[in-house]
Ligand binder design. Structure first.
Ligand code: GLN
Length: 204
C-alpha cells in the first residue's frame, strides 16, 4: 500500500506515524511518502491531508497542480482523510475567498468558528463505526454549517457535525493524528471488506 501525506504544513509526521501503526497492526506492507509537488498523488492508494492554514495549503495545491490530482484520486474512488484545515480545503464552500476549495465534500464550513469560542480542547467523541468514544483534539477547529444529502455525519459535537464521510472522503474538524488512537485513520483509509494479509490460494 502506498500512502501520501500532503506536506505543505501541519502534522505530517504524526499522520505518517498513525497510518504506519494501522498498517503494521493489520500486517499490511506500507510505504508512506510526503507530497509537495505534482506527480506523486497518482501513485498513491490513500491520501492524508493534515491541518495547518487552509489558505496556504490550498494555494500550494493549486500552484503545483496537485489539486487536480487529488480530485482524480477521489473520482477513482480512492480514500482520503482530511483533517481540520484539510477539511476546509476539501469543503465545497469554505465561505472564504482566500481558500481555493477542492470541492470534494458537499459541506459549507465556518473556518475558525470553534476557535473563536475556545482555542483548543479535547473531548470524548462518539463516532459512527467505532465502539468506544474517540479522544478528539480540536485546535482552532472549523465548524461545519451544513451538509448535503450525500454526506454522512459520523460524529457531532455541540449539535454540529465534526466528522463526515462522502464516498471515499472522510473529514474531521479535529486532529486524530495527535493521539495514539489510530481508529479514525483505520476507519477512513482501510477497507474492511478487503483481506489485510495475502492468503495463499492453497490454504483457502
Ligand atoms: N483555522 C485553521 C484554518 O482556517 C485550521 C486550524 C487547524 O488546522 N488546526 O485553516
Amino acid at each position: 500500500m502506498k500512502a501520501g501525506v500532503i506536506a505543505v504544513q501541519g502534522d505530517v509526521s504524526e499522520h505518517a506515524a498513525a497510518i504506519r501503526r494501522v498498517a503494521d497492526a493489520r500486517g499490511v506492507a506500507i510505504e508512506v511518502t510526503t507530497i509537495r509537488e505534482s506527480g506523486i498523488v497518482p501513485d498513491c492508494d490513500v491520501l492524508l491531508m493534515p491541518g495547518g492554514e487552509s489558505t496556504a495549503i490550498s494555494r500550494l495545491l493549486d500552484s503545483e497542480g496537485i489539486d487536480t490530482e487529488i480530485r482524480d484520486h477521489v473520482e477513482s474512488g480512492k480514500p482520503i482523510l482530511a483533517t481540520c484545515a484539510g477539511l476546509i480545503v476539501a469543503a465545497r464552500d469554505p465561505q472564504d475567498d482566500r481558500v481555493q476549495s477542492l470541492d470534494l465534500l458537499d459541506i459549507t464550513v465556518d473556518r475558525n468558528a470553534f476557535g473563536r469560542q475556545k482555542d483548543s480542547f479535547e473531548a470524548p467523541l462518539d463516532i459512527a463505526g467505532l465502539d468506544e468514544p474517540f479522544p478528539a483534539v480540536f485546535i482552532r477547529a472549523p465548524l461545519i454549517d451544513s451538509v448535503g444529502d450525500d454526506v454522512e455525519v459520523l460524529a457531532d459535537w455541540d449539535d454540529s457535525p465534526v466528522a463526515v464521510r462522502q464516498g471515499p472522503v472522510v473529514a474531521t474538524s479535529f486532529h486524530p493524528e495527535l493521539t495514539d488512537d489510530n481508529r479514525v485513520h483505520e476507519l477512513a483509509l482501510f477497507d474492511d471488506d478487503q483481506p489485510t494479509t495475502d492468503t495463499p490460494e492453497a490454504s483457502r
